[in-house]
Design a protein around this ligand. Structure first.
Ligand SMILES: [Fe+2]
Length: 293
């Protein structure tokens, strides 16, 4: 789906905040993003996810998928920490810390709402009940709320132990390549490259792959593995749904910052999408090879 400039930009022209020339330049840049990034096959046509959504994955494919996802989930922490350290402003650093702290187990705190905790301590940090909204500031840390621990519990049902998941050594070359590209591009010390990569990752996530994964996992669970917990995936789907609406506002804000560089932004975005593509291509090749064995 192509990105659209919001009506907000015309309101800013009317209010005298920006000139109509600046608004036109922004529109042209959005067109460039549509042409150079939004047409990337990992956004428009993710073959593994399309296939997975049909529910044909068997236990072996699901196990392999969960292991590769766990490697991504853990190594993503490295990229996110780099993004934090390389942030160009305190505000940017805090935005990155929101993601990092939540990943490792700080439950989002929504002012005025409950902390997502329940009196039943067994369910503390359970992704089926923890909030997808709010801030880690004032949130509660629970080991069990770490996203990697959610995947561990999924792995447990599939016969995978702690040392079968999440390490670099468990990743295929495609998964490891993807994770290294995340560190290098998403975690880049050049803010324009990093922002382009962030934008790419957000649009990839908003393209609906979580829903395809949930659909495939639900079918597998029903058919073959009734006790499989899916909340890692349903939680991420919920958070992505909320976030997708903010992508354009973020792009607009960034575009009008003094050091913004279109060329570097697009370059970071493209290279990041190629990295993301490698991850899914690796999974797709594995499932095709498995079908012939
Ligand atoms: Fe996560």
């Amino acid at each position: 789906m192509p990105l659209k400039v919001s009506a907000h930009i015309r309101e800013r022209v009317a209010a005298g905040e920006i000139t109509s020339g600046q608004a036109n330049a922004f529109s042209a840049f959005v067109d460039t993003c549509n042409r150079e990034l939004m047409t990337h096959p990992v956004i428009t046509r993710n073959r593994f996810c399309e296939w997975f959504a049909t529910g044909q994955a068997d236990r072996e494919i699901v196990r392999h998928f969960v292991v590769q996802f766990s490697v991504f989930s853990n190594l993503f922490l490295v990229a996110q920490l780099q993004k934090c350290i390389n942030a160009g402003s305190l505000e940017g650093m805090r935005a990155s810390k929101e993601i990092l702290a939540n990943e490792i187990g700080v439950i989002f705190h929504k002012p005025g709402a409950s902390l997502g905790e329940v009196s039943d301590t067994d369910r503390e940090g359970d992704p089926a009940i923890v909030s997808t909204e709010g801030t880690v500031d004032g949130g509660t840390f629970r080991f069990k709320a770490a996203h990697f621990e959610w995947l561990l519990r999924m792995g447990e049902v599939l016969g995978l132990g702690f040392n079968d998941m999440g390490k670099r050594r468990h990743g295929t070359p495609s998964t490891v390549f993807f994770c290294d590209q995340l560190s290098a591009i998403y975690g880049s010390d050049d803010p324009n490259i990093a922002e382009g990569a962030s934008f790419a990752v957000e649009n990839w996530a908003a393209a609906g792959f979580w829903k395809q994964l949930v659909a495939g996992l639900e079918a597998f669970k029903k058919r073959d593995c009734p006790s499989l917990p899916l909340a890692f995936f349903t939680w991420h789907d919920r958070i992505e749904e909320q976030h997708a609406g903010h992508v354009m506002d973020e792009l607009e804000e960034l575009y009008f910052t003094p050091d913004f560089d279109e060329v570097k932004f697009i370059d970071g975005g493209r290279r990041m999408l190629d990295g993301v593509q490698a991850f899914w291509t690796g999974l797709n090749e594995h499932r095709i090879a498995a079908a012939y064995n």
